[in-house]
Write a protein that binds this ligand. Structure first.
Ligand SMILES: Nc1ncnc2c1ncn2[C@@H]1O[C@H](COP(=O)(O)OP(=O)(O)OP(=O)(O)O)[C@@H](O)[C@H]1O
Ligand SMILES: O=P(O)(O)OC[C@@]1(O)O[C@H](CO)[C@@H](O)[C@@H]1O
Length: 309
């Protein structure tokens, strides 16, 4: 089983604009509402590969109802805890000359609701995968991720953590199966600016020394670096294309990496599928569709495992 946990899901209101406008009315050319939140995005992309997952988290109000409706429409299994008050946040993404994001703070989550989420993790079994991704709402205890990680570890589940800063460093003590910082986040952890893949590999090694089993550093159009628990360091180029939307590229990469691993049990294949899935999202209006990932895989020439999915 794959479980994804999104503590602060969203409806993503994505609007296309032209030009840059500050301090004035911005008129949009087009707008769409998508189910959002990092763990949810991972579930949606896994679904593209035919991999079922259960999306856990919290929802509230009319926006929460719409979120669950959209997930169900996408064929995505969810088990959201419905909160009595507030509403699921609406995150505004404005594309145009430059992407701008306005992420809401989200509803208040009570201790009771958080305990109910922890309770749901008891369904995990050894070898299951849990993806923990996205920000922690202010109403939750600061060690919320650690509490979830501790339950996942006690169930012997494999954990993927996609968070940044102190949350990431603290998560390392639970020996997560995979962490996926981007190179900016990795650099910030060590007070440096990372520009090359070699520098990324150097600092990724430090995350391994602190407990991470596998470290995937995404570097946008520069590709990615993977350090595996087998001691390998792999570099992968990103496919070339026109950037349309970078929101969710990292989540898509996580989903593609996990899908590749589940299909082949090969880190090299997982990396290749992860890269192509991240880039397919970057080149699409929103999250990648399977067909666009396959077409990038074909272009990369590394198609030997394509018949496995
Ligand atoms: N401009 C781009 N061209 C090609 N591929 C890209 C581009 N931007 C992102 N990607 C793909 O997506 C992957 C993840 O991108 P990135 O490093 O920006 O992750 P991220 O910062 O976690 O993303 P985000 O937070 O925007 O979802 C990259 O490794 C690459 O495969
Ligand atoms: O506010 P957070 O939890 O850090 O990020 C939330 C979010 O920006 O992440 C996803 C893209 O990665 C979007 O679907 C969503 O709106």
């Amino acid at each position: 089983m794959v479980m994804t946990i999104t503590l602060n899901p969203s409806l993503d209101y994505v609007a296309e604009t032209v030009g840059k406008a500050t301090g004035s009315v911005i008129r949009t050319q087009h707008e769409t509402i998508y189910p959002g939140g990092k763990g949810i995005n991972v579930s949606l992309v896994l679904k593209q590969f035919g991999i079922p997952s259960k999306a856990l988290g919290f929802c509230a109000g009319f926006t929460g109802k719409e979120l669950c409706r959209l997930l169900s429409e996408a064929g995505c299994d969810e088990d959201m805890i419905e909160l009595a008050d507030g509403f699921t946040r609406i995150n505004v993404k404005v594309s145009g000359a430059r992407e701008t994001e306005l992420n809401g703070s989200g509803p208040h989550i009570s201790q009771e609701a958080f305990s109910a989420l922890i309770q749901k993790l008891s369904a995990l079994q050894a070898g299951d995968f849990v993806v923990l991704a996205g920000s922690v709402p202010a109403s939750l205890p600061s060690d919320a991720y650690e509490q979830l990680l501790s339950v996942a570890a006690s169930r012997k589940a494999e954990v993927i953590v996609d968070v940044s800063g102190a949350l990431l460093m603290r998560a390392l003590t639970f020996s997560p199966w995979l962490v996926k910082p981007n190179h900016h986040e990795l650099g910030e952890l060590f007070g440096v600016t990372i520009q090359t893949r070699e520098e990324a590999a150097h600092y990724a090694k430090k995350l391994q020394e602190n407990g991470a089993r596998n470290v995937l550093v995404s570097m946008a159009e520069q590709g990615a670096v993977l350090l595996t628990e087998n001691g390998e360091t792999c570099f992968a180029d990103a496919p070339q294309g026109t950037l349309v939307n970078s929101v969710g590229a990292g989540d898509s990469m996580v989903a593609g990496f996990l899908a590749g691993w589940l299909f082949t049990k090969s880190f090299a294949d997982a990396l290749q599928l992860g890269i192509c899935t991240g880039s397919a999202t970057a080149f699409s209006p929103w999250l990648a569709k399977k067909e666009s990932v396959l077409s990038l895989l074909c272009e990369s020439g590394k198609t030997d495992f394509m018949n496995k999915f």
